[in-house]
Structures are given as structure tokens and as C-alpha cells.
Design a protein around this ligand. Structure first.
Ligand code: PLP
Ligand code: COI
Length: 356
């Protein structure tokens, strides 16, 4: 495996106040970069000062968008050490996303080495304030300076780091969600399961409309019938209906297979909850909200953690869930997951990777 070269910055930046981080606004002193050419494979893995890239105006990513990314976090434990949550899952998902977009695979061992080396290099950027973390954004894009539409043969893989606070300004308070009826995010055979930039580009219009009307994000319906619940803009969704947890089945390939979702399902099953992964129609959800059978609704994701949904708006009706308060199961899941992630409760499932 190629050795990672480290070039430290001569001009470390001033760190932001950890009480005022918001999401994805500040970046650390360094980044990881390596390049790919079809004949050479990956080469020159390096940690260098955070700086702009130079790419051709003809670079393929700027025209046809072959780009995939990941999102994970480094957490500061009460004893001051730093850890990651299930990074192997992000590495595997990035390679699945890359395969869908004809981008090259990255050796999982080198990927892990790069994550650890970069977070160690900038470990003094991992914030210690409540609900703060160092968000890690690996991304991979095609740089071929050619306008023909073909699979890429030149790429860049990079990792940048951003100290963050809560994704939603609401923090762990319930968010208002708009069930989108016009735009769709994904269809069978498309790229829904891949974490590719294009999925997010196509979602911006609906997201902006929802925000302008006071909603935090949209809840997507399936792209064929506009009937079945899929996921929210940056999180998977779960509902507690009549004591059972239900979450959309993701086997159709239209929903991002969230690592937080997978972890929550495991935790819920360990607690003895029945978890149904199945089709959930929007009509079923609205009926359950109206009858009171819908006890709790929440979203799950790396950035959003476990986020209660207090209002679901559909066809001009706002359905309020659990009096717009966080429900007991949502709170319990939040406490369990964040407890493991921040090292406040023991990790009994082998989910934690220590960094330093
Ligand atoms: N769905 C979408 C569209 C997302 O962007 C995310 C965030 O990564 C998720 C779901 C949740 O995935 P994970 O829990 O792996 O962060
Ligand atoms: C994440 O949760 O890591 C995400 O990528 C969500 C969003 C910021 C795109």
C-alpha cells in the first residue's frame, strides 16, 4: 500500500468558537487527496493544506456530474480521545456508489488509513462542546478534460473535515416536514441508493420550496406511484404506529441505505421492538396520524442524528405528531446512539474505531 505523504500547513487557521458552529461552514487546516488514472491506478496519496483544486474547465464532473461522496463523524470522548462510528460502512457504501457511477473503487484499507491519518493530523479541530463533532466528507469525482460522454478515466479522491454543530437549527427539537407531491428523487434502476451529488442537485428545488414555506426538509414519495414513503432530504425515516416501528423497505434501490438507519434497527431489535421494513403508503401514514395510531415519527442520519418529526404536511393539511414533542422512543434512541458515538456508554457491538 502506498505511503501517505504529509505536508503540514505553515499557516494554521484560527478555530471557530465551538458554541457557534452550525453545519459545514468551517474547514480544518488539512485535506487528504489522491489521484487516479486508468493506466496507473491510484497514486500520490497525500495530506496537504486545505486549498482549492485546479481542474480543467472541461473536467467531466463539471458537465456530467460523475461524483460520489460520504458523510461520517469523529467524536470527542469525555476522556479527550477521538473515535469514529462504523467507518467501514461508509467505505463500503462509497465503493457501491462509485460502482454505479463508473468511478474507480478505492482500496478499503487505504481509505481507512487516510481517514485515520487525516483526523489525527487535525485532531485538535475535533470540538468538545455539547452536540458538536468533526464532520468528515470523503468525495470522489471525475476530472477527464473531455466532453465525450464516457466512463471516466481520471479522478480525484479527497477528504475534507468540518467542525459542526447540529444539522438542523432546531437541534433535537421536532422539525416540520413537507411531503413532496411534484418532484421525485429516485426511480427503480436509477441512482437513489448511491450517495451521488446529482441526487442532491435534483432535490434542491423541492427543498427550497419547502423551506420558503417554513419546513425543514421534504419527505420524498416513490417516483412511480407518488404513493409510498421513501426518505427525507438528508435522513431515513421511521414511524411508531400502534407500538410497532415501521420504516420503508429499501430493497428497491431508490433509497439511500443509511448507516444510522441500520444501526437504529439493530438497537430497536435488541430492545425487543418489532421493526417492519415494508412499503408504507402516504395514505396509511395520514390515516395513522389522524386516528392517533402514529405515536412517533423521526428521521435518522449522520448529520441529523435522530431527529423527531413534529409536523407532517400533506395536501395542505398539517398533521401534528405527539403534540409536536420528542417522543419517548425517539429520545431513547437518540440517547443510546449518541451515547455510543460520544463514548458515554459502552460500545457492545464493535461499532467504534478509535483514532487517537
Ligand atoms: N438519506 C439521505 C438522502 C442522506 O443524505 C442521508 C445522509 O447521509 C441519509 C439518508 C442517512 O444516511 P446515514 O445514516 O448513512 O448518514
Ligand atoms: C450526512 O448525513 O452525512 C449527509 O450527507 C447529509 C447531507 C449533509 C447531505
Amino acid at each position: 500500500m502506498a505511503e501517505i505523504r504529509i505536508e503540514k500547513t505553515a499557516h494554521p487557521k484560527e478555530k471557530p468558537d465551538s458554541g457557534n458552529l452550525s453545519f459545514g461552514k468551517y474547514f480544518t487546516d488539512h485535506m487528504f487527496v489522491m489521484n487516479y488514472e486508468k493506466d496507473k491506478g491510484w497514486f500520490d496519496p497525500r495530506i496537504v493544506p486545505f486549498a482549492p483544486f485546479e481542474i480543467s474547465p472541461a473536467a467531466m464532473v463539471l458537465h456530467y456530474a460523475p461524483e460520489v461522496f460520504e458523510g461520517l463523524k469523529a467524536y470527542r470522548r469525555p476522556d479527550g480521545s477521538v473515535q469514529l462510528f462504523r467507518p467501514q460502512e461508509n467505505i463500503a457504501r462509497m465503493n457501491r456508489s462509485a460502482e454505479r457511477m463508473c468511478l474507480p473503487q478505492i482500496d478499503p484499507e487505504l481509505f481507512m488509513e487516510a481517514l485515520l491519518a487525516l483526523v489525527r493530523t487535525d485532531s485538535d479541530w475535533v470540538p468538545a462542546g455539547e452536540d458538536t463533532t468533526l464532520y468528515i466528507r470523503p468525495f470522489l469525482f471525475a476530472t477527464d478534460p473531455k466532453l465525450g460522454v464516457h466512463a471516466p478515466s481520471m479522478c480525484t479522491f479527497a477528504i475534507i473535515l468540518s467542525p459542526v454543530g447540529p444539522y438542523f437549527p432546531e437541534g433535537v427539537n421536532p422539525v416540520k416536514i413537507f411531503i413532496e407531491k411534484e418532484d421525485v428523487r429516485a426511480v427503480r434502476g436509477g441512482t437513489g441508493f448511491a450517495k451521488c451529488g446529482g441526487n442532491y442537485a435534483g432535490s434542491l428545488r423541492a427543498g427550497e420550496r419547502a423551506e420558503a414555506n417554513g419546513f425543514a426538509q421534504v419527505l420524498w414519495l416513490d417516483g412511480v406511484h407518488m404513493k409510498y414513503i421513501e426518505e427525507v432530504g438528508a435522513m431515513n425515516v421511521m414511524f411508531k404506529i400502534n407500538g410497532k416501528v415501521v420504516t420503508p423497505d429499501i430493497s428497491g434501490g431508490t433509497v439511500l441505505p443509511g448507516i444510522t438507519r441500520k444501526s437504529c434497527i439493530e438497537v430497536l431489535k435488541d430492545w425487543g421492538y418489532e421493526v417492519e421494513e415494508r412499503e408504507i403508503s402516504v395514505d396509511e401514514l395520514v390515516e395513522a396520524a389522524e386516528s392517533g395510531a402514529l405515536e412517533e415519527a423521526w428521521g435518522v442520519g449522520t448529520a441529523a442524528v435522530v431527529s423527531p418529526m413534529g409536523v407532517l404536511a400533506y395536501k395542505d393539511v398539517e398533521h401534528v405528531i405527539n403534540d409536536n414533542k420528542i417522543g419517548p422512543l425517539t429520545q431513547r434512541l437518540y440517547d443510546e446512539l449518541t451515547g455510543i458515538q460520544w463514548g458515554k456508554i459502552p460500545d457492545t457491538r464493535g461499532w467504534i474505531v478509535k483514532v487517537c
